[in-house]
Design a protein around this ligand. Structure first.
Ligand SMILES: NC(=O)c1ccc[n+]([C@@H]2O[C@H](COP(=O)([O-])OP(=O)(O)OC[C@H]3O[C@@H](n4cnc5c(N)ncnc54)[C@H](O)[C@@H]3O)[C@@H](O)[C@H]2O)c1
Length: 397
């Protein structure tokens, strides 16, 4: 343990981040900024090549950040998994897409665990960062890693670091592990060490919720310890499936709310239009925001698609506005083939109603709504724009 502490303090630790996507790339850059040498791994050769040229593959992460990291020589991106041997700490940030029954598909995690197992060496730490259901670390990842012949915690360390809403220095939120599975390991307390601002501390499932705010206030932490942590589904606004929802009534309730949200929005809109003696059938409705959360170019599992689809089914003439997405993507369930309309008052005024689905900053301007009649607001975006009243009729959903 002391050896780990010393290596971290002196930044001798080599950090490996597997998966250079929305989660893995910022994580790699945070480690790099904190002075560590970082190896980013990805199976996508196009991504590896672009990043190696210093080009960002994510809109809200500027290429300058990537270029600076690459130019320093301390951040490299590779598809050569043999280089995992060079890493002291390995973070798994691969996708866990939802299957047809909204169950996370852990096959990427399994593939990655196998790739690590065949190169695992004593002294390494493996941290699972992908969103998953409780039990994955101990029951799925650990057995694969132990096929290497090494054991945990004697030879290597294994932890679960729940992904916060974005590995960024401000606005971090810790996950609530109080309901999560996993078992208590001796010497847990003090398992987290503050090393890098911008990272949440790995926490044990039984750690009381009251401590949740500590990391938020004090900065963030690199997990370090001879503990296997339990896990929970990501605290993500998307309607994540959760294989063991039954074990957590609060999350089950939240998932249910999320999946019902689009229908609730349509009900609210129908009633509001009704008040104006209008039917949803034939009305022109503009949905603001396609991204699943504000100011990101990620629309996977976004409820906006469901809202648009339901509006279409109800006979509305639909459009959407989202400067982050010039056109809709084809998703597992939807193929709307729409293009974003301009984000201006003249455009907005042409619709019978607007539905705020994502609270992008660009929508936070009162003048945009000067010709708007009705807004169904799922994000409470409108109220702060018109603190003294005025503005369009707003229905909260
Ligand atoms: N994007 C978010 O805001 C967000 C929020 C919360 C949780 N998460 C979770 O974080 C995890 C990663 O999500 P993401 O959004 O970064 O996904 P992503 O699709 O943006 O990136 C994943 C990357 O992993 C690579 N990859 C796939 N299989 C691989 C393998 N076997 N080895 C190496 N690389 C591989 C892909 O090429 C891709 O570049 C998921 O579990 C997701 O649910 C994401």
């Amino acid at each position: 343990m002391k050896a780990w502490r010393d290596r971290i303090a002196s930044r001798a630790t080599m950090v490996g981040v597997i998966g250079q996507g929305y989660v893995g790339l910022p994580l790699a850059l945070v480690f790099h900024q904190a002075g560590f040498r970082v190896l980013g791994f990805d199976i996508d050769p196009v991504k590896v090549a672009a990043l190696s040229r210093g080009e960002s593959i994510i809109q809200h992460i500027g290429s300058e950040r990537v270029a600076t990291a690459i130019a320093s020589g301390k951040y490299n991106v590779t598809a050569d998994f043999d280089r995992l041997r060079e890493c002291d700490a390995i973070f798994i940030c691969v996708p866990t897409p939802l299957g047809a029954h909204r169950e996370p598909d852990n096959s990427y995690i399994h593939d990655t665990a196998r790739a690590i197992a065949s190169r695992l060496r004593p002294g390494q730490m493996v941290v699972l960062e992908s969103t998953t259901y409780p039990g994955t670390t101990e029951q799925e990842v650990l057995p694969i890693l132990e096929q290497s012949g090494l054991s945990c915690p004697g030879d290597f360390l294994l932890a679960f670091l729940p992904r916060a809403r974005g590995p960024r220095p401000q606005g971090l939120q810790h996950q609530d592990h109080s309901q999560a599975g996993g078992r208590r390991e001796p010497g847990l307390h003090g398992g987290g060490r503050r090393v890098v601002r911008g990272l949440p501390r790995a926490r044990h499932p039984s750690q009381p919720r009251a401590r949740r705010g500590v990391g938020q206030a004090a900065g963030e932490h690199l997990p370090l310890g001879e503990h296997r942590f339990g896990e929970r589904a990501e605290d993500d606004p998307r309607p994540h499936g959760h294989r063991r929802l039954g074990s957590c009534p609060r999350r089950r309730h939240q998932a249910l709310l999320n999946s019902r949200m689009p229908r609730y929005v349509i009900e609210k809109l129908t009633l509001a239009l009704n008040g104006d003696r209008k039917a949803i059938n034939g009305s022109r409705v503009l949905v603001l925001g396609l991204a699943y959360k504000a100011d990101v170019d990620d629309d996977r599992e976004s409820p906006s698609y469901e809202i648009l689809e339901l509006l279409l089914e109800a006979g509305a003439q639909i459009d959407y506005c989202d400067p982050w997405f010039p056109k809709t993507h084809r998703t597992r369930k939807h193929d709307l083939g729409l293009r974003s309309v301009p984000c201006d008052a003249a455009t907005f005024s042409q619709y019978d109603a607007l539905v705020v689905s994502t609270a992008h900053d660009v929508f936070r301007k009162a003048e945009l709504y000067r010709g708007t009649r009705l807004v169904v607001d799922t994000r409470n975006l409108m109220a702060p724009l018109f603190p003294d009243g005025g503005g369009p009729r707003v229905v909260k959903a």
